[in-house]
Design a protein around this ligand. Structure first.
Ligand code: WTA
Length: 633
């Protein structure tokens, strides 16, 4: 039997919003907004009015065929039109829409008007390649303006995009191409990574032989490097020559609210990748609303989300959210620590970034170098910071808050998923914050923590994180795999959405994510979340980063096995092991029995930076590692 978890990180620090933040915030009264959000029809209808519709919707949400929800039924709209065309007739026309910068110090700016014309040219070119509404176009591109242009060009003509992260290699690439039946692939000669040029085209060449549906390969000469662009069966065409001579005007496809918008394969931490399918109108409403409120977007913002576009964060919050709000989005191609660990802070200073959105993995990485690098730059333009992708350990939160935000900028710890499409649990700039928690569900979002039978668990106890009411940016299915869609997400009692995470609520109702349910440990019958154990380790001065798994134990069932990356100057010896064991027990209570600690140089992670505990478990059990296509090199 599983007892409730008595393993709790007890966080007492609370940070309140300063006067200026509250003064500027779009949402000034949290309670009132939550109250409004209780009527989801009315709430989301109001938010949908920010867009230009070609035809009004009949129903905000159609729940008649649960869990196949429909939003804004019979409404007609176009994403590219609302993200770009709409701004051309306003004073945003000549404002920078996309600011591209890279690790070589190069930059490229596209105003809304320039972007509009580029999109139209590409949209016309895609049509000439035979792409029609509903066809799939794949992209395997670095962070470059052509990627954004291509995605928006697809939206404009109703094609469905499938972006494959350019860090994935042959096996994963082939799988995703074939699963999505892509007709056209847009790729590049290469991408910059830590002073080197990665030959993307070579990976494509190797893969293409196994991708029969691809008829045309468009190649962006991004690096203009001497890498040989090998001709392959005459399928290739250079991006520049493709769009040359195309008209910079293109008619807008009137999309049904529920027409597919994109497929995105999740680089999930467990099992085979899933083709998450998002549709048009609800996604637009959800993403624009959350970005506006959570990052408090205003006209004078310079917004930077460091996520790769090949990941949902890149889709929702590098491209679509910012452009739908008419802001300037910074697209950066480069690592956080190249040429040195001050690279990102230099960008913040250079462009006067006001909103910065990144991931705990990057923060933990940069934390290793201490405050030296952030202190070399003027970061005073920053107003709001964000985090996404994993639970942020309280120590990492504090480092980010003190060293980057200088104690003045709130941190929006946003919990959401590829499947949810938009932020679900997150503070707003006015919220009181506690390091390590995404705080409360956003207005209009109904979240709970329940047991196996679907009953709410009392405050403080761990359980399954579920979402009880539909939300506009929810995915509609897994592409070509409805069975798995129903099995994985919709089998909880009450028909609620099962997120796959374990969580608990603290006395203020704040939600603490304990980790993925497949990763959870059972020590003497107690359910112990990986994230709380890992945060306890990270709060020890010797530890930079860690992953924990359960190790079989004849008495306790499982005990903790921890893989640690230590700070420079520390060595794992008996004294330190004892000290760490004591520390974790002190932080979490006697249930947290640490059975084994090993020191490692790196941890297995997905390309988006999530720790793959599954790999460590398989290794420990001497089993096959399973699907490793999303494993970072
Ligand atoms: C985890 C990323 C704690 C969680 C947008 C979720 C988080 C999975 C947070 C989805 C957060 C994401 N705090 N955990 N702020 N954000 N997660 O699909 O386990 O790449 O289920 O979407 O990441 O990852 P995905």
């Amino acid at each position: 039997m599983t007892k409730d978890t008595s393993v709790l990180l007890d966080e007492k620090r609370v940070f309140k919003a300063n006067y200026k933040i509250v003064e500027e915030a779009h949402v000034k009264n949290w309670e009132a907004e939550i109250e409004k959000g209780k009527n989801i029809d009315k709430y989301w209808a109001e938010k949908a009015e920010q867009f230009e519709w070609f035809q009004e919707w009949d129903k905000v949400v159609d729940e008649s065929k649960k869990p196949f929800y429909k939003w804004f039924t019979n409404g007609k709209i176009n994403l590219a039109y609302n993200a770009v065309d709409r701004w051309i007739s306003t004073n945003k026309r000549n404002q920078v829409a996309i600011l591209y910068a890279n690790e070589r110090g190069e930059e490229k700016k596209l105003t809304y008007y320039e972007l509009y014309r580029e999109i139209n040219k590409m949209a016309n070119a895609l049509k000439n390649l035979g792409i029609k509404k509903g066809d799939t176009v794949s992209m395997y591109l670095p962070m470059c303006p052509e990627l954004l242009v291509s995605m928006l060009a697809c939206n404009k003509i109703g094609a469905v995009h499938n972006v494959v992260y350019s860090g994935l290699s042959v096996g994963a690439f082939v799988e995703r191409m074939n699963a999505s039946n892509a007709k056209v692939l847009i790729t590049a000669d290469g991408t910059y990574r830590r002073g080197k040029i990665i030959d993307l085209k070579k990976i494509v060449d190797e893969s293409l032989l196994k991708c029969p549906t691809i008829e045309t390969v468009v190649v962006v000469e991004h690096t203009k490097s001497p890498i040989k662009v090998s001709e392959l069966s005459g399928k290739e065409i250079n991006y520049e020559s493709l769009i040359e001579g195309e008209s910079d005007e293109c008619s807008v496809e009137h999309m049904d609210a529920e027409d597919p918008l994109f497929i995105l394969y999740t680089s999930g931490s467990t099992g085979k990748p899933k083709g998450v399918l998002h549709t048009t109108a609800g996604y637009m409403v959800g993403v624009a609303t959350t970005l506006k409120n959570v990052f408090d977007i205003h006209n004078d913002d310079l917004y930077w989300c460091t996520a790769d576009i090949g990941w949902i964060t890149g889709h929702s919050y590098v491209i679509y959210g910012p452009l739908l709000l008419g802001t300037t989005t910074l697209v950066y191609e480069g690592a956080p620590d190249y040429p040195d660990p001050g690279a990102w802070w230099k960008i913040v200073e250079k462009y006067g970034v006001t909103k910065l959105y990144t991931a705990p993995t990057a923060i933990r990485h940069l934390m290793r170098y201490g405050s030296k690098y952030p202190n070399l730059y003027n970061l005073s333009s920053l107003k709001i910071l964000g985090s996404v992708g994993e639970p942020i350990n309280p120590e990492a939160w504090m480092w980010y808050y003190k060293n980057i935000g200088k104690g003045k900028t709130p941190i929006m710890d946003t919990w959401w998923q590829t499947e949810t499409g938009m932020h679900m649990i997150s503070p707003l700039p006015i919220s009181p914050l506690k390091p390590g928690t995404a705080t409360l569900p956003l207005p209009g979002i109904d979240v709970d923590v329940v047991d196996e039978n679907g009953n709410s668990v009392p405050l403080g106890k761990g359980g399954y994180l579920v979402i009880k009411k539909p939300w506009p940016a929810m995915f509609r299915t897994l592409y070509n795999d409805e069975k798995r869609f129903l099995e994985v997400y919709w089998k909880m009692p009450g028909g609620v959405y099962k997120a796959g995470d374990m969580a608990r609520k603290d006395k203020d109702g704040y939600i603490w994510i304990q980790g993925r349910s497949d990763d959870v440990l059972k020590i003497a019958g107690h359910r112990v979340g990986t994230s709380e154990v890992e945060s306890a380790f990270v709060s020890h001065p010797s530890v930079v980063e860690t992953a924990v798994i359960g190790k079989s134990d004849p008495i306790k069932g499982q005990v903790i096995k921890a893989f640690l990356i230590l700070k420079e100057g520390y060595k794992l010896n008996t004294a330190l092991i004892e000290n760490l064991q004591k520390h974790v027990r002190y932080e979490l209570g006697p249930v947290a029995v640490v059975g084994e600690i090993v020191q490692v140089d790196s941890l297995p992670k997905t390309r988006s930076g999530k720790i793959m505990r599954r790999i460590l478990r398989a290794q420990e059990a001497g089993e096959d590692l399973g699907d490793t296509s999303t494993l970072e090199e």
